[in-house]
Design a protein. Sequence first.
Length: 312
Amino acid sequence: MRTDMVGAGEAPKTVVGVDGSEHARTAALWGAAEAVRRQQSLCLVHAVDLDRLDRFASFETSQHVLEHGRGLLRGLAGEIAHRFPGLDVALELRRERPVSALHAIARPGDTVVVGSRGSGGFGPLLLGSVGLGAVAGSRVPVVVVRGRTKRGDGVPIVAAVVAAVADERDAEWVVQAAREAPVRAGVLRLLHVRSTLTRSGTRRDLSDEAGHLDGPGQRLLAGLADRIRADRDGPTVRTEVITARSAAAGLVEASRDADLLIVGSRKRRTVPPLGLGHVVHALLHHSHCPVQIVPYTGEATATTGNQLGDDR
């Protein structure tokens, strides 16, 4: 195990932000297990905005903060070494804002992992500002570790990975995300949610597409599933269209029986606070399993349209 204060190299790695909270510890252990599955290295990051702190605190205080950070990283690295012997671990202690540090360290091909709440959180359902910031500005996938983080707690796992598919734009990441299921030795479930409500909140007449194999959602999922199945080493793929009061409600419910829920977060012309849509917000605060947010790179035009649409 490497425990020097350097990066983990150019090969794809799992980057975990830690702050001393129990949520961050859970995220680090989850990230370590993921790194082992993917045969990647692990990079633990602890960042403190010392440039700002130095304006108000003494030199001794700043040095104490740094030493505390070093001890935190080394202690967590020791626990990971005990649980995952042989895993290559790098430690990064940064003098900058935590979100900036995570964005600077992560490279194309990496995955960033954060806890569902930081040491300054206010409630069990509230995602910390670092987690929100990491998701909103990231150029790489970000996993927020929350809810059930492992099997064996009596909850049946219907699918290892649930991928939320809204429209054709999701094709750009769903095929790549298909690699998540094999590393968990499980099934990939492509899920399309049809909302029973319009944007004004009134109920609309919507046939149950689950029974119609020629519906737009079913055709979308079938095309994506065929592309994934073309890869001999790809996972077992199941497709399902469900109807729910809202896309967020449907996806939160689907997270009950999954190891990981994956959703894309596309660029929007009108950017809401922190750059995240309401569906992503709902999942980050209420999912029953870890959530992976994949940034979009394309700007293709959707044709199916539904509640997920441009509000993710």
